[in-house]
Ligand binder design. Structure first.
Ligand code: BEZ
Length: 211
């Protein structure tokens, strides 16, 4: 199944390192990041899952919960956790789904047989509090993800869900943002009291409104 932006994130109930979890219930009113890795006890995955654990406070600050998944079992995940703690400095601190029967992997299209036939590739799904999928990323097994980029895009998604703005190329939290072309100049004056710069009628920037 291909998950598209705007789709409702498929719900599932699964065994995890933190007991049985139903996705939608676990996420509650939070944002969520569901991500898959190819296999336990592998090098890139060890660095990635440790990095997600290291940065958990930053996700929590953004009202965002993490949940990982691979086709390994829960006992394997638990055994691997001590290696993550030993080598990356933080133990797993979010649930990791044991998806041996591939229920979650198939629901989310995480298995790309032409890349890896027997395991999930590196996917990321950012899920909004209304349970719609707002971002998908897919990386091959050989390339580790960038947690800074995931946090950056989460910041952009949260900002644009609160204000009629979008984020320009290479935007980072704190940079100016683009006012939606749907907002008239008149309305922009009241909605963006810090003012705005007009480069073109369709390209107006304003200081980040939530700062
Ligand atoms: C890794 O995490 O290093 C890895 C996992 C599966 C296939 C290739 C690399």
């Amino acid at each position: 199944m291909t998950i598209q932006l705007g789709d409702t994130a498929p719900d599932f109930t699964a065994d995890t390192t933190e007991g049985t979890v139903r996705l939608h219930e676990y996420l509650g009113d939070s944002w969520g990041i569901l991500f898959s890795h190819p296999a336990d006890f592998t090098p890139v995955c060890t660095t990635e899952l440790g990095a997600f654990a290291n940065r958990k406070d930053e996700f929590t600050k953004r009202n965002t919960k993490l949940i990982g998944v691979s086709v390994d079992g829960v006992e394997s995940h638990k055994g691997w956790s001590s290696d993550i703690a030993e080598t990356q400095g933080t133990a797993l601190n979010y649930p990791l789904v044991g998806d041996e029967d591939r229920t979650v992997a198939n629901l989310y299209g995480m298995i790309h047989p032409k890349a890896i036939a027997t395991a999930t590739v590196r996917t990321v799904f950012i899920i909004a509090p209304d349970k719609t999928v707002r971002l998908t990323l897919t990386y091959p097994a050989s390339i580790g993800r960038n947690i800074d980029e995931i946090i950056r895009v989460l910041d952009g998604l949260q900002l644009s869900s609160e204000f009629p703005v979008s984020t320009p190329v290479n935007w980072n939290d704190g940079d100016d943002v683009i006012i939606s072309p749907a907002v008239s100049d008149e309305d922009a004056k009241t909605q963006f009291p810090k003012g705005f710069t007009t480069f073109k009628p369709y390209l107006r920037t304003t200081p980040q409104p939530n700062r």
